[in-house]
Design a protein around this ligand. Structure first.
Ligand code: ZN
Length: 245
């Protein structure tokens, strides 16, 4: 039975995709921690068990991801596509992921950025999720008729490294500086002990969030990159610019 995220009434859940068991936590865990503590449901879809990694066995990787998701108050499921380091961009995978979108019916969707200078599974999954978001809306896709079409509100890309941040998209900076949020994020990253014991990935992500934060005069911020222009009905929803002018 696939777990179902719970949200405040009338607040659709966030759906986050990761190619490997630790991608979501390292790439956007601070944002997730903040949203779930505000009452929004979050669901993680992980598209491999990390079986090609140098460190950690698949069973351990799955257990680490489940613990990390619980720390972020998110539900989690694993979807088998081509396996770790073998992911290909194919229509069948986009349709599989579109089926997940129709079942979970999220507002905001998070996916790894499609920039190619990173693990190839990350950029390919970013492209697949983009395609899936389209297909989820189309009424006539015969493999998807089990659930009604669903249009998401926004697709936002997250980056796992500085090199994977799209240079052609202005980021939306999410300020998640509250100490309890940072602590929850760090705990979720540290749950991936098979990875953090090999390299100081936690410090890498905290430093990147600190740099984005310093640029926006806050403590910690995560940069998210909208796949499409964001639409607002009023200027008042815009937040502020990063620069202090
Ligand atoms: Zn990864």
């Amino acid at each position: 039975m696939t777990p179902t995220p719970t949200s405040l009434p009338d607040t659709p859940p966030i759906l986050a995709f990761g190619a490997h068991p630790d991608d979501i936590e390292f790439g956007c865990g601070g944002v997730i921690a903040q949203e779930t503590r505000a009452g929004r449901g979050a669901h993680f879809v992980v598209c491999s068990r990390g079986e090609a990694a140098t460190h950690g066995q698949p069973g351990q990787r799955v257990a680490e991801a489940q613990r990390a998701a619980a720390l972020l108050r998110a539900t989690i499921e694993f979807v088998e596509l081509d396996g770790d380091s073998h992911l290909e961009v194919r229509a069948a995978h986009a349709i599989t992921l579109a089926g997940v979108l129709r079942r979970v019916r999220p507002g905001i969707v998070l996916a790894p950025s499609p920039v190619e200078n990173q693990h190839p599974d990350h950029s390919r999954l970013g492209r697949l999720v983009c395609d899936a978001a389209r297909l989820a809306r189309f009424g006539g896709v015969r493999e998807l008729t089990a659930a009604p079409p669903h249009g998401i509100a926004q697709l936002l890309f997250y980056a796992l490294t500085r090199e994977a941040e799209p240079g052609n998209i202005s980021p939306v900076l999410i300020d998640h500086s509250r100490p309890e949020i940072v602590a929850a994020w760090v705990a979720a990253m540290e749950a991936h002990a098979s990875q953090t014991s090999a390299r100081n990935y936690v410090e890498v992500q905290l430093t990147r969030a600190r740099l984005h934060g310093l640029g926006a005069a806050v403590e910690y911020a995560t940069a998210l990159f909208p796949a499409d222009p964001l639409v607002f009905t009023s200027l008042s929803g815009l937040g502020r610019g990063a620069r202090g002018f």
